[in-house]
Design a protein around this ligand. Structure first.
Ligand code: SAJ
Length: 427
């Protein structure tokens, strides 16, 4: 058991709120801190704003929620779970981490363990967080206060893996700090907590695991563009390769890579390595390939419309999906946004529908979205869109389907047979 009795969780988003509720359930006194008044208000009204958390979870928790960071003086441990975005120019933005660290440092007491869960590049804990903590607390990291890094591994919308059962890694620069942090996480999470050799090693783990995903998606996306010209069905080829019981991990082509993790995290390493004299050409190339997929997808639409002598300009097109991921309402870094801009620039007569973004949709139902359009472009694989079949398309006179998430793999032949022009990504 850890010597820690009370924990402050700073940042109550899709990472912080679940761990705050779980730690409270495990018997810790928990103070949830966020500077977003809307979040604090919602929590005080016992209303969840996180898809994976129910209002009932909020009603039942003993955690205390506040926007007052000084409450950390009552906490034995402080876990920081704030976003680490990139700018439009793909430059890492440590603003939220610096802000949260600066807010808590003046109030933490001697012996407090600070854990950074935000995804950061190697070096941030040593070169940014430590100096800030020491300057603003007047104490020494490693002797008066303690610092560890435990990168978050939340997968929004995942029915199987959640904060309670996902393995974690924990890193610190001294054994006492490491032991304290490992004991804390072992007391909260029913999964393997792997100690790492340093803060930097733990920071590197998260960047590597998400860069791994990003480059593998880029691999199949490049194959999709190649196989489109070669007339080979890439999804079938991936299915074939996936029969290999070892040394192959299937990833799928699509209209782009969105979210707060996969397209973002590699840039934290790219920039840090660049500042230290190394160019991650491969990581950059992979990101460039993924970032080119919205253009490739719109070009497929133009190519398909040209087959029936229709220009994209003034053609009625329904963009189905704004979210970066199926069945969640999250638009961060979504390729659908890029596709929307490309369609608008090309002068398409755009209808937009995403059931998770009704406020950003131009129509309120799928049926409305399909009526009076010549073409649809599916950018998100929401379950609702899977009910579109050749009958519905023919009923509405839709002539072109661009399947940005290859969700019609098994029904495309019937669409084509009914006279619809179908084009998937590498399919
Ligand atoms: N995507 C593809 N092809 C794929 C997989 C994903 O194009 O084969 C696209 C998705 O459409 C989406 C983007 O990539 O636009 C990201 O998808 P994701 O499934 O990786 O979803 P995320 O962003 O929620 O990633 C999270 C990450 N979790 C953490 O960082 C803690 C990631 O590490 C997980 O691998 C991922 O969930 C997961 O496995 O679902």
């Amino acid at each position: 058991m850890s010597s820690i009795k009370s924990i402050a969780i700073v940042g109550l988003g899709y990472v912080g709120l679940p761990i705050a509720l779980l730690a409270s359930k495990k018997g810790y006194v928990v103070f949830g801190v966020d500077n977003d008044q809307k979040k604090i208000k919602s929590l005080s009204e016992k209303k969840s704003y996180i898809g994976d958390i129910s209002d009932k979870d909020i009603v039942n928790t003993k955690a205390i929620f506040t926007d007052d960071a000084s409450i950390v003086k009552k906490a034995d441990a402080v876990i920081i779970c704030v976003p680490t975005p990139v700018s439009p120019e793909k430059i890492p933005d440590l603003g939220p981490v610096i802000g949260a660290t600066s807010a808590v440092a003046p109030h933490i007491t001697k012996g407090t363990l600070v854990v950074i869960e935000s995804t950061v590049n190697p070096g941030v804990c040593d070169e940014v967080v430590t100096p800030l903590l020491e300057k603003l607390s007047g104490m020494k990291v490693g002797t008066d206060i303690y610092l560890a890094h435990c990168p978050e591994r939340i997968n929004p919308g995942d029915p199987k893996w959640d904060v309670s059962n996902i393995n974690r890694v924990v890193g610190a620069n001294s054994k006492p700090e490491l032991d304290m942090a490992v004991a804390l996480y072992e007391s909260i999470i029913d999964a393997n907590i792997k100690p790492m050799g340093s803060l930097k090693e733990a920071e590197a783990v998260k960047i590597v695991e998400n860069s791994f995903r990003n480059i593998n998606i880029a691999f199949v996306n490049e194959l999709a563009m190649s196989f489109h010209k070669l007339g080979i069905n890439l999804e079938n080829v991936i299915d074939g390769a996936a029969t290999k019981p070892f040394a192959f991990m299937a990833h799928r082509p699509g209209c782009g890579v969105g979210g707060h993790c996969i397209p973002v995290d590699p840039y934290y390493l790219i920039e840090y390595a660049h500042d230290h004299g190394f160019e991650h050409e491969f990581l950059r190339l992979a990101s460039n390939i993924n970032e080119s997929m919205p253009r490739f997808t719109v070009d497929l639409l133009i190519e398909s419309l040209n087959k029936i002598n229709m220009p994209l300009k003034d053609t009625k097109v329904a963009l189905l999906g704004l979210s970066y991921k199926a069945n969640v309402g999250d638009g961060r870094e979504s390729p659908a946004k890029v596709i929307k801009d490309l369609l608008t620039e090309a002068g398409a007569d755009l209808t937009i529908y995403d059931p998770y973004f009704i406020d950003k949709s131009t129509v309120k139902s799928l049926d409305k979205a399909l009526s009076a359009v010549d073409a649809i472009l599916v950018a998100t694989g929401h379950d609702e869109f899977k009910k579109i079949d050749h009958k519905l398309l023919n009923k509405h006179g839709v002539r072109v389907v661009i399947d940005g998430r290859n969700i019609y793999r098994s029904t495309k032949d019937a669409m084509i047979k009914s006279g619809v022009i179908y084009q998937g990504i590498g399919v």
